[in-house]
Design a protein around this ligand. Structure first.
Ligand code: PPS
Length: 570
């Protein structure tokens, strides 16, 4: 891409081989060990191969990783804030020899790239989370991912791209950096402001992005993330349809829309620097950074992980080296008496200022309430209402967790009947004991097997929820991380209501309906929850029920009322 001079992007590292070499690599790689890419790895790999992560030419080596953690620099001194590593399990890592080449395949087994493994190491994940995310709090989605989902061992090495990952959706909008640069060149766009987003756009966003571009005397690239965003976000299919509507609102020839298959980490300040490098690689000259850019929400103490302007400050520290200009995001509000949007800091005390927070907007959507036209565009709201009907039309999962004998099944059965009596949606009960006889009949009670059991239950419940039904799950589910995984899987598809049946161990043991506690005490049953195996109590369930203090029927009634108050039934 030598034709592009500054400010259009700098050198692009495009790692796909020439088409004439592909057959030979495919043939050779038949003898390689294969790694099936996870969703996140698939996103990372695509952006390394297409140059969006330039100057990376592969997954980080250990020396680069250490540098990135220490001071956001690769071992050659280049600024790079995010550890992009290939995490694998110990068994796979243990099977590799030094400098072995491996095949990286997508979910369908298509060879996307080969990796020449130069480094294999076991990272200190606590240190990684502390350095990159500033925290080891599991409420941070990337900290949770690092500790509970990512493999234990990292592989580093150079990549050779073989085949571009296939996407079946919005093909015309999915572009590599070289495509976007070429378009800017063709259009004669010398200055381009990029806008990063993981949310639907409303009028305020249109106003602020358009003003940002006008002030910089630049064109505008709306560059939303369609890879992985924060769990619970609006799905990218709906968002892209919304973006297409919003695009019509900009004056012609001023603004482009392009999709970025990035797997976000929600790393606030470091993420802002990373986003800027990516947009620079796409040929943009300016980048909008708002309040709490790529913020992960609240920590487990209810406080923000990062200060609201930490991202802007870190960006500014490195702005010259980044060679892309930060455009600070202005908070826009609707001034009713002027019937227009203005930056909040430019309004006068006499103005009637209107605003709807993101939380309030979601509430109105969930409850099917009015969303005023000054706030969003009719077509955007229609699109969102189509994908996210009000809660009483959505599916949901009631997930009970608690010790054996705590009363989960009894309350779950009572709730099942009440919901059937109420009618309107199909109801499925996935009781722990019953699942163990069918779906999970081959599993035991090791941590690994329990996790597998819970993720299977979660998967079935997620399908039911997605299709508008009600799933009631009643397993022990003793581990916080696994319950969290299930919540993250289901919450974006409908409701997820966790009920901790907190009947104390002594009571469960005294009841001992199935005689299991006696057997566990006698050592006949091993790994028995509460006796010889742990139960991690949920910290923030939607509801806690102690069946010593409450009859099962009353408990089921309370849950029913809770579901009503949340808007799921009426
Ligand atoms: S888990 O941990 O969520 O996978 O457990 P779950 O699938 O709910 O299965 C729990 C039921 O299996 C019986 N059982 C045991 N429970 C705990 N630990 C051990 N070792 C064990 N062995 C058998 C027990 O009857 C549980 O049923 P409930 O309905 O909870 O009493």
């Amino acid at each position: 891409m030598g034709a592009f001079k500054e400010p259009h992007g700098g050198e692009l590292k495009q790692l796909y081989v020439d088409s004439s070499a592909i057959d030979a690599i495919k043939q050779e790689s038949k003898d390689y060990k294969s790694w099936d890419l996870t969703d996140r790895q698939g996103c990372d790999l695509e952006l390394i191969l297409n140059g969006a992560f330039s100057p990376l030419e592969g997954f980080l080596s250990q020396a680069d990783f250490d540098g990135v953690l220490k001071d956001m620099r690769l071992s050659d001194g280049t600024l790079w804030p995010m550890p992009i590593t290939l995490d694998v399990d110990e068994a796979f890592a243990g099977s590799l020899a030094a400098n072995e080449k491996i095949a990286l395949r997508d979910a369908e087994g298509v060879l996307i790239a080969t990796l020449e493994v130069s480094d294999i190491w076991t990272p200190d994940k606590e240190a990684e989370a502390a350095a990159v995310f500033g925290s080891n709090d599991m409420a941070h989605p990337a900290v949770h991912y690092l500790h509970n989902i990512a493999g234990a061992v990292y592989l580093g090495g150079k990549l050779t791209g073989v085949e571009k990952p296939t996407h079946y959706d919005f093909k015309l909008l999915r572009e590599d950096p070289a495509d976007v640069r070429a378009r800017f060149e063709k259009l004669g766009w010398r200055k381009v402001v990029a806008f990063q987003t993981r949310n639907p756009l409303h009028r305020a966003h249109q106003e602020l992005t358009f003003r940002a571009a006008r002030e910089a005397e630049a064109n505008l690239l709306i560059h939303p993330v369609v890879g992985l965003t924060k769990p619970g976000d609006i799905d990218h299919y709906t968002r892209v349809r919304c973006y297409e509507h919003v695009l019509e609102q900009y004056p012609e020839q001023t603004t482009n829309l392009s999709l970025l298959n990035l797997a976000m980490r929600m790393a606030g300040p470091r993420e802002a620097v990373w986003h800027a490098i990516i947009r620079k690689n796409y040929g943009c000259t300016h980048f909008i950074v708002g309040r709490d850019h790529a913020g992960p929400g609240k920590n487990s103490q209810g406080e923000d992980f990062y200060g609201p302007y930490d991202a802007q400050e870190l960006f500014l520290e490195h702005e010259e080296e980044l060679n892309i200009t930060m455009v600070p995001f202005k908070m826009m509000v609707y001034v009713e008496n002027k019937a227009q949007y203005e930056p909040a800091d430019e309004t006068s005390p006499e103005d009637t200022v209107l605003n709807i927070s993101g939380t309030e907007f979601r509430r109105r959507l969930q409850e099917g309430l009015e969303i005023p036209e000054w706030f969003s565009y009719i077509k955007v709201v229609e699109e969102l209402r189509r994908s996210y009907p009000p809660r009483h039309k959505q599916g949901f999962t009631v997930f009970f967790t608690g010790l054996s004998g705590s009363g989960k099944s009894t309350v779950a059965n009572a709730l099942l009947v009440k919901l059937l009596e109420n009618g309107g949606r199909s109801v499925t009960l996935l009781d722990g004991d019953k699942v163990r006889k069918s779906l999970s009949s081959e599993l035991g009670f090791s941590r690994e097997h329990r996790d597998l059991n819970i993720t299977r239950i979660g998967y079935v419940a997620s399908e039911i929820t997605k299709n508008g039904g009600i799933a009631i799950c009643a397993p022990i589910a003793p581990y916080t991380a696994t319950r969290r995984q299930v919540r993250d899987m289901i919450a974006p598809l409908g409701g997820f209501i966790e009920i901790h049946v907190s009947t104390p161990l002594e009571v469960c043991e005294a009841r001992d309906r199935k005689g299991l506690y006696a057997k566990a005490r006698a050592g006949i049953i091993k790994e028995f929850t509460g006796i010889s195996d742990p139960y991690e109590e949920p910290e923030n369930p939607e509801m806690r029920i102690n069946t010593v203090e409450m009859e099962p029927e009353l408990a089921a009634h309370r849950i029913f009322v809770k579901l009503e108050s949340m808007g799921f039934i009426r």
